[in-house]
Each structure stands twice: as structure tokens, then as C-alpha cells.
Write a protein that binds this ligand. Sequence first.
Ligand code: GLC
Ligand code: CA
Length: 553
Amino acid sequence: MPHTGQRAVAQEWWRTAAIYEVYVRSFADGNGDGIGDLAGVRGRLPYLAELGIDAIWFAPWYPSPMADAGYDVADYREVEPLFGSLAEAEKLIAEAHALGIRIIIDIVPNHGSDQQQWFTDALAAPAGSAERARYHFRPGQGDAGSLPPNNWPSVFGGPAWSRTTNADGTAGEWYLHLFSPGQPDFNWAHPDVRAEFADVLRFWFDRGVDGFRLDSAALLAKDPALGDLRSGQGAGAHPFEDRDGVHGIYREWRKIADSYPGERVLIGEVWLPDPERLARYLRADELHSAFNFDFLCCAWDAARLREVIDVTLTTHARVGATPTWVLSNHDVVRHVTRYGRADTAFSMSDRRIGEPADRELGQRRARAAALLTFSLPGCVYLYQGDELGLWEVEDIPDEMLQDPFWERSGYTDRGRDGCRVPLPWAGEEPPFGFGPDGCVPWLPQPAEWKDLTAERQAADPHSMLQLYRAALRLRRAEPALAGGDLTWLPSPEGVLCYRRADSITVLVNLSAQPAELPADAEVLISSSPLDHDVLPPDTAAWLRAGATSPGAA
Ligand code: GLC
Ligand code: CA
């Protein structure tokens, strides 16, 4: 049975888009302070247009004390001064639109910053006050309330509660933060919170943004009892993850998005173990799209990838949702590194920084993975630097690490800084054109990145950058690639082979043996050079259909 495609709704841009994540801090530095900014992005918009993307997703650009690199928002209607200004963001939106690039911005609704006005007001107000009701404040347990109100853990390590100090210096109530103490969780049962975020959505839609990426989208609704987390609390019964109450929020947001012209979208960051539960966020009156983390985490293994692809297509089709494909983002170990390890699967709970990785193998597989991803039905997400084949930087000196994971884990988890190292654009030594000469990037760039600069790769027809450009161009030119049906064809073990609509056959060889290409194959693109009619290991190719199934060489 073929997985039937999305032809009927192909006019909706977000169903087949290529969306590129810009992590502003590390993209390009316009003013030379070592921190990426909006001026830097504006200067590189032509690069992104040439790459062939349809939209940019910006990691948070709001004012922030940076307890979690901007995911602690102090003002949802402004731009971080280190990055630029609101006026500059508006210019950027207009310039991107003029190049045919849409703009998605991050919104962080689960928690704010401890420096946000609402929270400082809440701290100044007494227990039980209206100000505190917008968050989750509770008395502690045990003698004199010295223990947290429940056993919930923070994602970054340690308890999800911090204790406050009263005006008279005595110990006070505790407040909930599922992430760092600088990120207090909002109480989504409070009407002020709902009204505030509805207004923030409108604020940015009015300024022309084409959509939002919803941070931690499955965590907003909490069990009002705030009881202990117990094992075996399955779907719907968990006290703070994926509670049914969250869907009402997104139905309200969907109405707001739909009230604007031009197909504005809502994209969920929904990490859930059960793909059926994920699909519930994608029902017709909720979010448009969500990241496919099962695909991201999957090992470089044909059988497992095929299973993830099948489950994704089936669960999404059931609710009429568009599948998405993502290899990396600012939270995970870069896939060049993952695919170069002995164990190629990924888990957020163990980043395995420093584990041996064969970079050359990782890059070869990353090239094949790009052709796999770009030939699956639906929308694709790229993370800045994917197109340059960057690897995870695993030797950042301890004292330079900034991710809260490092400190909160008791200095055992080195965190996510290694995928956030500033991009190499040009030249032979740091800052590699990231900023003006002499600027010192906020994280050190490896000297070997001189071979991976965008400038160097633009001049090399065999580079990762050129592969990305060519593949994205073909994906646009051949609507069957992103929009049509997918039918699996018979293939040798370790080789993925599928037909897209009736026109293109895709082969990805994940085995250790070469695979034979069909005799009459017209190769549109391959991730590595082909050896006559043979597809070498860790190589992918797109063929003009007509071609039949491959055999073993
Ligand atoms: C999301 C973001 C991550 C952040 C967290 C808390 O997972 O992608 O970077 O730390 O939410 O906001
Ligand atoms: Ca700067």
C-alpha cells in the first residue's frame, strides 16, 4: 500500500517547506562584539535565499537575562538589545519577505524569565496574592517548609522548585520551574496568562511574522493538585506533560492564526514518546506542524528508519497532518558527530559528549541523510551549519561552557554549547568571518573549520553546501519529491528504496555492501560519487523513475 500524499492541499506553503533555524547568537555578528545579531542575519539573507529555503525560524530574539540562552524571556514585545531592536526586526522581516523567505519566530509560553515584570511583582507580593497566582507558588513540605512542594525534577537537573525569600529575610514559598530557576512556569489556568499570550501572538502577527515555533508545547497544562510524579503515569495522567488541557490553548491560538491573511502557522516543539499522542496536537483545528524527533533520534539503520518513516506517515495521515523531517537543532548533538559514532542513535538524556566519532564517516552519512530527508513527503527543518557539515564541538573549555545543563547537572552533562558554536563564513582563521576581523566569538571555533567555511564550500562543487543547494533546488523543481505518495520498493537488506509519486525513485544505502543501481537509471543527484552503476555504502541517490528496484552488486 502506498502512503498517499498531500496533493489536494499542496498549495499550503508549510506542507512542503524547507525551514532553516537561525540561532541568532551564533549565526553572524554585525557589530563585532562576538555575539550574533540581527544586523548579521540581514547581511546574510542573500546566502539563505541562494540556499533555497522557504522560511527562517528564529530561536528567541527577545530581551533576556540569558539564563537559558534567550529561552528565558523578559519582554515578549521587544528585541534583545544585544541582537538589535524592534525596528530592526521589522526591517529584517520586510527584507526576508522581499526575497521570498517567510519568518517564523519562537514563542516561549511555558515559562518566562525571573526578571520579567510579572515575576518580580509576584516576588514582591505576599503568599496568596493575585500577583503570585500567575505562576505556581506553593509552601514547602517538611519542617518549616524546607522541602520542595513535590518531587518534580527540572529538565536541567535538580528539583523543579526554588525557594523564595520574604521581604523580612525569612525563607518563603517555593516556585515551580521545569527548566532553570531563571525560568518560572506560568500558571496556564490563569486568565491573565491566556490573554497575555493571545495578545503577544497578535503583536507579532501584526508585524508580519508568518508563524510561531512553540517552545515546550506539551508542558503548559499542569495538574492543579501539583502531586508527586509517580511511575506508570501514562498518556494523559502525567502531572505536567501532555495533559489534555493543553489542546484548548492551541485551539484558541489556531483561531488567532487563521484570522490573519497569508497562511500563518503554528509549529510545536512536542517531545513525546508516543506518535499517536503527538498527532493529537496536529488535528485540523490545532497546530499546523510539529518536529519529528523520533526521526532525529533514530539510529543510522535502514530497518529502524523505515519503521519511523512508516509510523510518521501513518499517524500524521490519520489526522490530515503534514509529516516533518529534522536531523538537528540547537538542543541536540550535531548529526555529523552522531552518525560518526559506533552507536548512532540519540537520546536527550545522554549526549555522550567526547565519545569517539569518525567525522569523515559522519559527514558521508550526513550527505546521504540530507537526500533521504529532502525526498520524504512533507516539510523539512534544517539547523544552521547543517549545510556546512559542521560537527559538534566537544572540547570547549569548561570555564567557557554557558548552557545551564553544565552547572545544574553538577558538571556531568556538558550540555548543548557544542552545537551552538558560531558559524564559519570565510577566511583562514577565527572568527572566520562570523564578525569583523578581531572579534572574539562567544564560543571558540575549531581551527579545522577553515576547510568548512561557506566561502570555501561555495567554490567547491563537491561540498556539503553545494549538495544542499542542488538538492533543495531539485526538491522545488520536482513537486513529487515533497508532495506526492511514497511507495516502498523491494531492496536488499540495509538499503532503503522508495518511489515518490510516479516520477522519482530514491535509494539510500545504509549497508556495508555496495548496491546495484537499476540498469536504465537516470541519476538526478547522488550524495557521494557513484562507482559506475553501483551505489556505495552510506550513499543516497535520486533517480528518474522508470528505473526498477535495485539488486545487490
Ligand atoms: C526548548 C528549547 C530549549 C530550551 C527549553 C526551555 O526545548 O528548544 O533550547 O532550553 O525549551 O525553554
Ligand atoms: Ca553582535
